[in-house]
Design a protein around this ligand. Structure first.
Ligand code: LLP
Length: 420
């Protein structure tokens, strides 16, 4: 499925002319293809067909209600990592049994909300958290089903240092050496059922060796804990499937599927997976208009109406996103594509070769459906932008643009001293 084809040279979002769309909704705007999301969901579930499985889309990648509806209708569950994400998932129609609740620093109120919602699993990341879940389950008089997120301490290749999570010494999960003891502790705590072991070893993983090594460790540990009496019935292999941002190839889903389904089948457990980026990255573009073009020293700058406030990945991870003009343009230039924010680190691309574009031209920043809008900020008092969903020839604004009032709505006009 080609979500953003060209017709007569002009970029489309499925059946909708991106230029006309930008005129209707303004820029910057995120535009998502429902068809791409559905297509990727179908392809991944086909690759997992050899084992009983459930996909739990990692909502942190893109928590837009419009996208959640598409995935829910396709049959997906969700993985959430905060009370806010849980709230969004429930509001989008996911039920407790569709939801995994993870995260390294869950607060007591978030655990209460998760137990109250009857989530399928709370993926616990430490012994202290396990005790807290038990105490809260007892207080609420409702049993909690937990998984243990294990740090399998495998070699995580190809991930940016900020998004590798499964190596020795990382803050995430229970170190593999401590895991059996924590599992045995879970068996002694009232109101808890230990039903799963879980891992998430990193994001944008081009080599699947970490999945193989990690799931092997999880299977072995699960078998030991089962012997001790734990009713382990799920193997949660986390997220992390990569997407091509430049000219890399798509991941070999069959190879991935073979590794994770074999592990689940060895254990005789249902496989759970939590991909985020894989479903939504290629389903999104950020449309931005060039405001100015200027030269400074040896550099050409294209100054756009979107920057690090809308898309943080280039400045935060040095991430590459393909950029194309929406209308065809002849000639080539090399330029830094930058935003309006008062930071030298505010860029979308550095020294990028592009068609010869100038002020007024519309650019599409590709592969921005994941970790785009969700990482946006109000820095420089910039309101958040619109999100648009396209499905075939139809389009809808699924998130409205913020206005200036939204920037001050929560502020007191002057301090109301509470202790005076
Ligand atoms: N499960 C857990 C426990 C996670 O921490 C994550 C992502 C996922 C699933 C989904 O991973 P994915 O399939 O999307 O790779 N902001 C970064 C990515 C951070 C990923 C954090 N955890 C970026 O823009 O590349």
């Amino acid at each position: 499925m080609q979500g953003f084809p060209r017709r007569d040279g002009v970029l489309y979002a499925e059946g909708v002319d991106a230029d006309r769309l930008a005129h209707e909704v303004g820029t910057p705007a995120y535009v998502y293809s429902a068809g791409v999301v559905r297509d990727r969901y179908t392809r991944l579930t086909a690759a997992l067909a050899d084992a009983p499985h459930r996909v739990h889309y990692s909502l942190k990648a893109n928590a837009c209600r419009g996208i959640l509806e598409v995935l829910r209708q396709a049959g997906s569950g969700v993985d959430v990592v905060s009370g806010g994400e849980l709230f969004k998932a429930l509001r989008a129609g996911f039920r407790g049994e569709d939801i995994l609740f993870g995260g390294v620093g869950k607060q007591a109120h978030e655990l209460r909300e998760a137990i109250h919602a009857g989530v399928k699993l709370i993926n616990v990341e430490s012994e202290a958290e396990l005790r807290m879940v038990s105490a809260i389950a007892e207080e609420l008089g409702r049993p909690a089903t937990v998984g243990l997120r294990i740090n399998p301490e495998v070699d995580v290749k190809n991930a940016h240092a900020y998004i590798a999570t499964g190596e020795k010494g990382h803050k995430f999960g229970i170190p593999i050496g401590d895991a059996e003891a924590v599992g045995r502790l879970a068996l002694t705590l009232p109101h808890l059922t230990l039903a799963a072991l879980d891992m998430h070893v990193g994001s944008q993983l081009h080599s699947f060796e970490a999945y193989r090594a990690g799931t092997e460790r999880l299977v072995e540990l699960s078998l030991r804990l089962r012997k001790a009496g734990a009713p382990i019935r799920y193997l949660d292999a986390g997220g992390g499937l990569p997407v091509p941002y430049d000219d890399e190839s798509e991941p070999d889903l069959r190879a991935y599927g073979a590794i994770v389904t074999a592990a689940a089948n060895t254990l005789g457990a249902e496989l759970l997976v939590e991909p985020g980026r894989f479903f939504v990255a290629a389903a999104g573009v950020l449309l931005t208009r060039v405001l100015y073009r200027k030269a400074s020293g040896a550099k050409q700058y294209l100054i756009c109406d979107a920057g690090m406030t809308e898309l943080l990945r280039p400045s935060h991870y040095d991430a590459f996103h393909r950029i194309e003009p929406v209308q065809p343009r002849a000639g080539r230039i090399v330029a830094d594509v930058v935003g309006p924010v008062c930071e030298t680190g505010d860029f979308l691309a550095l020294d990028r070769e592009l068609p010869d574009v100038g002020p007024g031209d519309l650019l599409a920043i590709h592969t921005t459906g994941a970790y785009g809008y969700v990482m946006s900020s109000h820095y420089n008092a910039r309101p958040r932008v619109r999100e648009v969903l396209v499905d075939g020839a139809r389009w809808a604004v699924v998130t409205e643009r913020e206005d200036y009032e939204d920037l001050v709505r929560l502020e007191a006009a002057s301090p109301v001293w509470r202790n005076a």
